[in-house]
Design a protein around this ligand. Structure first.
Ligand code: SF4
Length: 213
């Protein structure tokens, strides 16, 4: 099978596993997704969701985040780890969104990358979830699983994004990314992938190499 065929098959299988695809992070407004993603670095989505449930009530508008007291805000986001860096960059990001973008979330990669703490992974997530644009979100699950399937030999997020972008149909890419996160938590886990029960066996390089087929 070609890589294109494997990628398409993987899209179909993931859709069978997870017919509804949703972002694991809870949010209501687009800027809340940006904040949740910023908090999720080196932290579990489950913990972020606990923190943001209170946070989004305490700071109900973008302006409230922009004018937050840094010391107090650090304590608010402390359970997510790296709280000093995260608190500073979220307040900076809120101010830039207000000052430069008229409180609107940018809809281009170039503009999103000008926001404090926003890299390509976050920008892709926003473009896919908020604007319905093609998005390749190269988180740890995505990199591991696309590697196991043999769709890339790279580990660096940008190179993996470059390898996968031509393989995943653009209109399916955002859902594919959400589903692969769920699949990475449930079945193709980092330490002990449940290959025996996995529907990807026939297209999986890792499985076929380890089973000798
Ligand atoms: Fe992951 Fe195993 Fe499934 Fe391959 S067969 S995708 S390694 S769980």
């Amino acid at each position: 099978m070609t890589k294109e065929e494997i990628a398409l098959k993987a899209c179909d299988i993931l859709e069978e596993y997870y017919p509804g695809s949703v972002c694991a992070l809870h949010y209501g407004k687009p800027y809340e997704l940006l904040i949740a993603v910023r908090l999720s670095a080196q932290c579990t989505d489950a913990r972020v969701n606990i923190v943001t449930e209170t946070l989004f009530q305490k700071y109900p508008t973008l302006e409230a985040f922009a004018s937050a007291d840094l010391t107090e805000f650090e304590q608010d986001v402390k359970p997510c780890g790296f709280y000093r860096t995260k608190a500073k960059s979220i307040i900076e990001m809120a101010n830039r969104l207000i000052d430069v973008y008229d409180s609107r979330i940018p809809d281009t990669m170039e503009e999103l990358l000008t926001l404090s703490g926003v890299g390509r992974k976050t920008a892709n997530l926003i473009l896919g979830d908020v604007y319905g644009q093609p998005a390749i979100v190269t988180d740890t699950h995505f990199i591991r699983i696309t590697g196991r399937l043999g769709l890339t030999d790279n580990k660096e997020p940008e190179k993996v994004e470059r390898d996968l972008r031509p393989l995943i149909p653009p209109e399916r890419s955002s859902d594919f990314c959400h589903r692969i996160v769920q699949f990475g938590r449930d079945i193709c886990t980092a330490r002990k992938p449940k290959c025996g029960e996995c529907r990807m066996q026939t297209i999986c390089r890792y499985y076929n190499a380890s089973s000798g087929t």
